[in-house]
Design a protein around this ligand. Structure first.
Ligand SMILES: C[S@@+](CC[C@H](N)C(=O)[O-])C[C@H]1O[C@@H](n2cnc3c(N)ncnc32)[C@H](O)[C@@H]1O
Length: 354
């Protein structure tokens, strides 16, 4: 752009760029807070940084600096010099809460997720999955080789899905079905929410052995062992028969269109007459909607998730037209898309045979 054409940029525009450039530092500050258990140690009533440092086994002055940075990010409040308490947002980093996001923060700031992002420009140039080159294998194989990381991933997914697990049971008519399989259902948090709210339903969580590792505990905790089976397998080979509803949340976005078609085709093969495939994912608009009312842009998170799929997995977030296309190629017809308003940015995408 020639100098004479330079658009006017205000202070706010400059601030935006600076803030975005510091974004990875904010993420690592969150990570340090979680690793040092800062939120548990600070608590709801004002506490001195030096005392927090002692309990965390840290140096007082660097701890003060961390607590001030967290205050700047809106997670703590500084009442008097060096005296802090936790804000409602910061409280979500307490691992003891049912709505805690600590495992989510750990996973999404973890080298296994972050390192491939250094090669985002390369992935944009070539379309290749940076993760595979950096780690020498694909993401889920890497998890299979690292049980601790796999457990962290499962815990992060469980925390991420909890909002949907609270909303979905009341946003869809589950009572017209008898048995639901959650394809790639992980630790079973979502299906447990559905079964707990719909006593007439039975269910199955279908996932890899590593994905299912925590599922027995989830079902036992919810008293659902009798109504839910756990089936280990590979959705690129087959999906178990026996359900009239096949649900999948945050599955197709992990994969390329061809792979998504394979997974959906396996669902199509076992879908009985009157059966339904329920996909729970964000649905991107055809044009990015940055209006204030548009939940879908989600502060840009869904588009960042789209890039995350590119660098780490090879998948993508999709528009309605993209979902129609992959469903059609799998012998399914997309019949409706309904925003899941209590768990934005997710939508319920229904598809039937045909
Ligand atoms: C992004 S997580 C979503 C988990 C869960 N549906 C949720 O929304 O929290 C993707 C899930 O797909 C599972 N998965 C990956 N590859 C699989 C395969 N080949 N067969 C079955 N499950 C697989 C993973 O183990 C993981 O639980």
């Amino acid at each position: 752009m020639a100098n004479t054409d330079v658009q006017a940029a205000g202070v706010a525009d400059r601030d935006l760029i600076v803030r975005l450039a510091f974004g990875s530092m904010a993420a690592q500050t969150l990570r340090a807070a979680v690793r040092l258990r800062v939120v548990e140690l600070v608590g709801d009533t004002p506490r001195r940084a030096a005392d927090v440092a002692v309990d965390a086994g840290a140096e007082p002055q660097p701890m003060t600096r961390l607590l001030r940075a967290l205050t700047g990010l809106g997670l703590l409040r500084e009442h008097a010099p060096d005296t802090f308490s936790v804000t409602p947002a910061g409280a979500l980093l307490d691992p003891g809460r049912p709505d805690s996001l600590t495992s989510f923060v750990r996973m999404f700031t973890e080298p296994a997720i972050v390192r491939a992002w250094e090669h985002l420009d390369g992935s944009i140039r070539t379309g290749e999955v940076a993760f595979d080159a950096v780690f020498g294998t694909d993401f889920f194989s890497h998890l299979a080789q690292h049980p601790k990381l796999s457990a962290d991933f499962n815990a992060a997914m469980s925390q991420a899905v909890s909002e949907t697990a609270a909303a979905l049971p009341y946003a869809f008519d589950f009572d017209r079905f008898t048995t639901v399989t959650d394809v790639g259902g992980g630790d079973g948090t979502l299906l447990a929410g559905v079964l707990a709210a719909h006593q007439g339903l039975t269910g199955a969580v279908f996932d890899t052995a590593q994905g299912l590792a925590e599922a027995p505990k989830t079902m036992a905790r919810h008293g659902l062992k009798e109504r839910c089976s756990l089936i280990a397998g590979d959705f690129f080979r087959s999906v178990p028969e026996g359900s009239d509803l096949y649900m999948m949340k945050s599955i197709l976005h992990d994969w390329t269109d061809d792979q998504a078609v394979t997974i959906l085709s396996h669902c199509r093969k076992v879908l009985p007459p009157g059966g339904l495939v329920l996909i729970v994912e964000p649905v991107l608009p055809e044009v990015v909607d940055t209006s204030a009312e548009a939940d879908v842009t989600d502060g840009g998170v869904t588009y960042l998730s789209d890039l995350n799929m590119l660098v780490n997995l090879g998948g993508r977030e999709r528009t309605r037209r993209d979902f129609e296309e992959v469903c059609h190629r799998a012998g399914l017809s997309l019949i409706s898309v309904t925003p899941l308003t209590d768990a934005a940015p997710f939508s319920l995408i229904e598809a039937v045979a045909g």
